[in-house]
Design a protein around this ligand. Structure first.
Ligand SMILES: C[S@@+](CC[C@H](N)C(=O)[O-])C[C@H]1O[C@@H](n2cnc3c(N)ncnc32)[C@H](O)[C@@H]1O
Ligand SMILES: Nc1nc2[nH]cc(C(=O)O)c2c(=O)[nH]1
Ligand code: SF4
Ligand SMILES: [Mg+2]
Length: 209
């Protein structure tokens, strides 16, 4: 990559854009809400069940000016979801400042493994055992969404719940390929531990992006 472009990416003025699409938020608290998704490339967390492994290598996703991303995003609904990859690998300050200047609601999907940057109306924290979230993101998360792949993930979920702020809404979401086994286990767990709610990837049932 050219030095000038690398410099702009380092400052968050350009970001490696994998894809952008208008759809319905499928997961968590805002499920059912029309939202424009901005998927930023690059992630080194390495979840073996990740459903967007194509996002991992930032180098294959073209550095794109944040203003260009915002000019597309503002044509749709009020809600913008920034996801990845791991968006917090990059400085989100410029992108979110421009989204806020347009009066848009900024939501992020993050593992929380990197420094929290940007201005966010909603933070969905989905922590991962391989790279734990920072204390700051735990203090600021609006929802905690733990993926349940096996039994140990319930233990991990409780451990992460003990770190987030008291207003954070707690979700358990089945890992997609294990959903047949995970859903009944989550249903039992939520009924026994009603501080938790279940989150499904409803977009996958609806066959939409
Ligand atoms: C692809 S990740 C991108 C954002 C960020 N890297 C993160 O993990 O939060 C978006 C959301 O999808 C969840 N996810 C990824 N693969 C999944 C799978 N196979 N089943 C269920 N949820 C999954 C993640 O935990 C996260 O909440
Ligand atoms: N419809 C829809 N809802 C989503 N919620 C979080 C997603 C993500 O990949 O971050 C996602 C996604 O990929 N599609
Ligand atoms: S942190 Fe998110 S994008 Fe990265 S591997 Fe895990 S689920 Fe995929
Ligand atoms: Mg997804």
């Amino acid at each position: 990559m050219k030095k000038e472009i690398q410099n702009l990416v380092d400052k968050g003025e350009m970001l490696p854009l994998m894809e952008e699409f208008y759809t319905i938020q499928g997961e968590g608290y805002h499920k059912g809400t029309a939202a424009y998704f901005i998927r930023i490339g690059g992630c080194d967390v390495g979840c073996h069940w990740c459903d967007v492994k194509e996002s991992w290598n930032a180098e294959i996703h073209p550095p794109t000016e944040t203003q260009k991303i915002v000019d597309n995003a503002k044509k749709y609904s009020n809600t913008i979801v920034v996801t990845g990859g791991e968006p917090l690998m990059w400085d989100m300050t410029a992108l979110t400042a421009k989204l806020k200047a347009e009066g848009l609601q900024t939501h992020i999907e993050t593992s929380g493994a990197y420094k929290l940057t940007g201005i966010w109306d909603w933070i969905c924290l989905s922590p991962k055992k391989l790279k734990l979230p920072t204390q700051e993101v735990c203090e600021k998360a609006d929802e905690l969404k733990v993926i349940i792949y096996n039994k140990d993930d319930f233990r991990f979920a409780e451990e992460q719940a003990s770190k987030v702020n008291k207003n954070c809404i707690l979700y358990l979401q089945p890992e997609w390929s294990k959903r047949e086994k995970a859903v009944p286990a989550i249903v039992d767990y939520v009924m026994a531990n009603p501080k938790w709610k279940i989150s499904l990837q409803t977009h996958k049932y609806l066959n939409i992006p």
